[in-house]
Design a protein around this ligand. Structure first.
Ligand code: ATP
Ligand code: MG
Length: 196
């Protein structure tokens, strides 16, 4: 990188910054003063041996674990991520390595779990299935929104996870160790992924 390129790079705004993150579990210091920066358009691969703390770092970002020390900045603003909702509210979506879908619910119900469209105090299943269908079509996924997750292949279930993450219209996505078949043909224009 020459000086001009370096200057251009540094003048870009940091979208996401994690500073001096510490997280421990009984008997294990999983993260000790970890720093991470994400600039516009960047894709990162976080590499490390088993138990190095990759998932822990991403779970801190996703509000699943709360760091004992450290700060998180989003577009320069110091934010508190003290739970999954706070993470979503700050534009972060995580696609987990382990599937976290409910097998006995439909694809649409899983995508909109906890934020189902309502009508007259009831869940509006028609709207939910239509919107889920539109999202699946947009990303060229031939999965029925009314299908039960338990009847899908693992690859299809992972695709539903991806569509669910996209449906939050987040600015930052974190993928945890996704295996190869998960290619998506159309991306949201504000897609700023981070692969971990
Ligand atoms: N919920 C937990 N309770 C106790 N210890 C945990 C917990 N989660 C992670 N750890 C420990 O924290 C350390 C970091 O684990 P982490 O899962 O973040 O590693 P990783 O880099 O993602 O590993 P892998 O490559 O196996 O996915 C490990 O020693 C792990 O045993
Ligand atoms: Mg991991």
């Amino acid at each position: 990188m020459d000086n001009e390129q370096a200057g251009e790079y540094m003048s870009k705004k940091i979208l996401l910054q994690m500073k001096n993150i510490h997280k421990s579990f009984p008997g294990v210091n999983a993260l000790q003063g970890v720093d991470f920066e994400l600039f516009p358009g960047e894709v990162h691969a976080l590499l490390g041996e088993n138990g190095a703390g990759k998932s822990t770092l991403i779970k801190v970002l996703g509000g699943i674990y709360i760091a004992e020390e450290g700060e998180i900045f989003i577009e320069g603003q110091n934010v508190v991520i003290d739970g999954v909702n706070a993470s979503h509210a700050n534009g972060i979506s995580i696609i987990h390595q382990e599937l976290v879908l409910v097998p006995h619910m439909t694809v649409a119900e899983n995508i909109f779990l906890g934020r189902e469209p309502g009508k007259g105090g009831f869940i509006d299943h028609e709207t939910m299935e239509r919107e889920a269908g539109t999202l699946l079509d947009d990303y060229h996924m031939s999965i029925s929104p009314g299908a039960f997750v338990k009847d899908l292949t693992i690859a299809q279930q992972q695709m539903v996870e991806i569509v669910k993450a996209i449906s939050y219209r987040s600015k930052y996505w974190s993928w945890m160790s996704l295996p190869p078949p998960y290619r998506i043909k159309k991306w949201n224009s504000c897609f700023r992924p981070c692969v971990c």
